[in-house]
Design a binder for this molecule. Structure first.
Ligand code: PFF
Length: 464
């Protein structure tokens, strides 16, 4: 990210912009690809009966995700501000800024459980480095799923270590955020994302040799329409928005950093196809392994899937410790780049709205995270009595934010863009003020105006 002077990447008023197109895509993919795609997606597939979920998820990404992403980019680049400021600037006399505020609230809620899972991945990284992850447990077969499940339970249910690891990750993200957007996000995403991708390809190669391959592929890929329920639809909708970082203003904030000449359509297609690809690769890794190790069925908690299945895959490869270290290191980085993008929404809001210095804005966002993440962390393990509406605080915040806050935010944004925004905003942004021939401008405008609000509202109603 750089402050531009008068280069052709310029944006109005010298707001910082991304330095290069690759950097811009890498940073946006860095926000999108994280625990949502790698940890949450397989869990959702498992919970919702496999291929039925995949099908609805892909439809949600294509029909709703891409238009909403283009809408967020357009708003951000047109408004050149934080999500609240964008609505204030574009429609000063109307209360649309509340939609931006909803995004800031969603950022707090999501960060408080996301940080906890980031803490788990950090603990797994440390346990891989010390070798503890593969140390046998009395009475359990070495390197088996039951052994890794026992380890997962013992790590998570401790009242101390998950809280400490979450706190450490909070401090690390705070440090990165204080260094500034460009240095923190661009550099890390550029190097680590391709490495993560390469590693996943190796794992796919390994799991596609396993005896459970055919059953796993059938579960994940063979469409079974009879399994599509209202739950599948709402879970897939939420997962689509969560994995693409949509519905809470993250990509409005990123859009405000985009130079004037960025082709929004190509950027949205690159980001969504890479996210989809990573999700599908994760499915190809996890489900053949699930069938081989006998972890199928809803009775096996999906949240543990990545932490149990992958170590068992590693233990069947030469040098398991090395694969574990590499994978969890890259996962920690992927999680951190997403954490940073979630926190960025609230930080830019406080910085732009209240004029706080960036450093103080970072602290104002991250300090309240300490009690919030601690409650979330304890609710999944040591203090299961910490509940909201019968669910652990962690699960409640995850479901509430993902399935309701994000689609709700996206719905309101589509209504605004389709019906109330200044005339020509979307067309001007999609065509870079008429300098780009973007054939998809009219279909995207129609999708945002009619189909997206209708479909999202329907899915929200069906799911509740
Ligand atoms: N897309 C991120 C992931 O899949 O891990 C999570 C996320 C980031 C959600 C930013 C929402 C957001 F605004």
């Amino acid at each position: 990210m750089k402050k531009d002077n008068n280069n052709n990447n310029s944006s109005p008023k010298g707001r910082a912009t991304f330095g290069s197109r690759i950097g811009l895509i890498a940073a946006t993919v860095g926000s999108a690809v994280g625990l949502g795609t790698i940890w949450r997606f397989p869990a959702m597939v498992q919970r919702n009966g496999g291929s039925a979920f995949l099908l609805v998820y892909i439809l949600c990404v294509l029909l709703l995700g891409i238009p909403v992403m283009l809408g967020e980019f357009s708003l951000g680049r047109a408004g050149q501000s934080d999500p609240v400021g964008v609505f204030r600037k574009l429609s000063p006399k109307r209360p649309w800024w509340l939609v931006g505020l909803l995004g800031v609230v969603a950022a707090y809620v999501i960060l408080s459980f996301y940080m906890v899972v980031t803490g788990w991945t950090a603990e797994y990284l440390v346990q891989s480095v010390t070798g503890d992850l593969f140390r046998p447990v009395d009475g359990l077969e070495a390197g088996s799923s039951s052994m890794f499940l026992a380890k997962m339970n013992s790590y998570i249910s401790s009242p101390v270590s998950p809280v400490i690891y979450t706190f450490i990750m909070l401090c690390v993200s705070t440090g990165i955020l204080m260094l500034g957007v460009q240095k923190g996000i661009e550099r890390m995403s550029n190097i680590m994302m391709p490495m993560l991708f390469a590693l996943m390809l190796i794992f796919v190669f390994v799991t596609l040799q396993m005896p459970g391959r055919d059953a796993g592929l059938e579960f994940f890929l063979k469409p079974d329409f009879s399994k599509i329920t209202s739950r599948t639809c709402i879970d897939a909708l939420g997962q689509a928005f969560f994995s693409l970082s949509l519905g809470m203003g993250t990509l409005i904030t990123y859009g405000s950093y985009f130079p004037k000449n960025t082709p929004l359509g190509k950027t949205a297609i690159s980001v969504s196809s890479l996210t989809l690809l990573v999700a599908i690769l994760m499915g190809l890794i996890i489900f053949p392994a699930v069938m081989t190790f006998g972890l199928q069925g809803e009775s096996f908690d999906g949240a543990a899937l990545v932490f149990v299945t992958l170590p068992e895959i590693f233990s069947r490869m030469p040098a398991p410790g090395l694969w574990a270290i590499l994978f969890f290191l890259l996962l920690v980085v992927a999680a951190l780049t997403s954490c940073i993008s979630i926190a960025e929404v609230a930080i830019v809001f406080i910085h732009d709205r209240f004029g706080l210095k960036r450093r103080n804005a970072v602290l104002a966002v991250m300090i309240p995270m300490i009690p919030l993440t601690t409650i979330c962390s304890l609710s999944t393990g040591a203090l299961p009595e910490l509940k909201i509406l019968g669910q652990s605080v962690f699960n409640f915040l995850d479901t509430f934010a993902t399935n309701y806050l994000l689609p709700g935010g996206a719905l309101l944004m589509c209504l605004y863009l389709g019906w109330f925004a200044p005339k020509g905003l979307l067309r001007n942004q999609l065509t870079n003020n008429g300098t780009l021939r973007a054939w998809y401008t009219t279909p995207i405008r129609l999708l945002i105006k009619y189909l997206c609000p209708l479909l999202i509202a329907m899915l929200l109603l069906v799911g509740s």
